[in-house]
Design a protein around this ligand. Structure first.
Ligand code: COA
Length: 325
């Protein structure tokens, strides 16, 4: 049986730490409000590094932790909503920097579900084509699309990158079950960013640029607390697995209240969720690979452990995977 296993992880976040207290000097907010409503205490914000640079540093760490060289990589997928450029793709820039000359490289846009989408696409290509080993990265400099005058959103987000190397395997471990879905109608109404200008000699009506994240927080909250348990249950069902056998659930790190509510709805202990939203805020596509990389760095995952990753975000999108190590 052909499976796909995860070989190693890496992550990199900017060194610049911005605390809730720092944000009190920028918008009308308090450390107490942010902590109570979100669980976030601080986030990393780029003071000059772009998405390619963060992604590159995470990728170098993942390759090192996987004992892989540039020539071992056949496929590079980057999930991002905040690329440095529209063209070339972030993945192509990374390919050039790493010298992965025999790889094919492209980006995936699925907001905070982007890393899990990319993992699923990479895993399918590994099973179905001649690509046998992939570098999958989630990388964001969200601070460039955050409205630093909007206290309802700017307190939530952070910058960072995480990466994984996955490869074809004949062993039993690996990506056991997956799910991914989207709802475009709901996405346009509740969470948008980065509207590009259309101002050509042919445009009947000018469309202006609307760069920043605009969000109906309460609606997104409602969506998130409903899909997070659904993703977990779907993955367990597909894998014929029980929640008791799952060591960690690694959710998209958006808001501690969302995670607590998901734990309540799933009727499980909160400790089963790996949480680092307090340190990084919501880093969108980077949040799950950063968390996975930390779990490994801390030695919290052993061979044979099963974990679930579960994401949700703009699009709207949601996705998950059950992985056995
Ligand atoms: N500091 C202080 N007050 C703030 C604030 C801030 N940073 N942001 C909003 N407020 C105020 C609002 O103006 C409002 O004041 P009012 O009652 O006088 O009108 C009040 O707090 C409540 O605002 P509301 O937006 O209803 O708060 P909330 O409990 O829904 O929390 C979020 C807001 C954004 C934290 C919450 O909706 C959320 O986490 N949603 C999900 C967002 C998310 O995770 N998005 C990414 C998904 S990938």
């Amino acid at each position: 049986m052909k499976g796909v296993k995860v070989v190693g992880f890496g992550h990199y976040c900017p060194e610049n730490i911005i605390s809730n207290k720092d944000l009190e000097n920028i918008v009308d907010t308090t450390d107490e409000w942010i902590t109570k409503r979100t669980g976030i205490k601080e986030r990393r914000i780029s003071s000059g590094e772009g998405t390619v640079e963060l992604a590159y540093k995470a990728a170098v760490a993942a390759l090192k932790n996987s004992n892989c060289g540039s020539d071992d990589i056949d496929l590079i997928i980057v999930a991002t909503t905040s690329p440095d450029k529209i063209m070339p793709s972030t993945a192509c820039s990374i390919q050039g920097l790493l010298g992965c000359n025999k790889a094919v490289a492209f980006d995936i846009s699925a907001a905070c579900s982007g890393f899990v989408y990319s993992l699923i696409v990479a895993s399918s290509l590994i099973k179905g084509t001649d690509k046998k080993r992939a570098l999958v990265i989630g990388a964001e400099v969200l601070s460039r699309i955050v409205d630093w005058n909007d206290r309802g959103t700017c307190i939530l987000f952070g910058d960072g990158a995480g990466a994984a190397v996955i490869e074809l395997s004949n062993e039993e471990e690996g990506i056991v079950s997956t799910c991914f879905s989207s709802d475009g109608g709901l996405g346009e109404k509740s969470l948008v960013a980065g509207q590009l200008e259309l101002n050509t000699p042919f445009a009947k009506e000018k469309i202006s640029e609307k760069r920043y994240i605009e969000m109906k927080g309460a609606e997104v909250f409602k969506f998130a607390v409903s899909v997070l348990p659904d993703v977990v249950n779907d993955l367990l069902k597909k894998a014929d697995e029980r929640i008791e056998n799952i060591k960690y659930i690694v959710p998209h790190q958006a808001n501690l209240r969302i995670i607590n509510e998901a734990a309540r709805r799933l009727d499980i202990d909160k400790d089963k969720f790996y949480i680092n939203v307090d340190k990084y805020g919501n880093t969108s596509a980077a949040s799950i690979p950063i968390a996975l990389s930390e779990l490994f760095e801390k030695g919290l995952i052993k061979r044979g452990d099963k974990i679930i990753i579960a994401a949700f975000g703009g699009g709207l999108t949601w996705a998950g995977a059950l992985i056995k190590f």
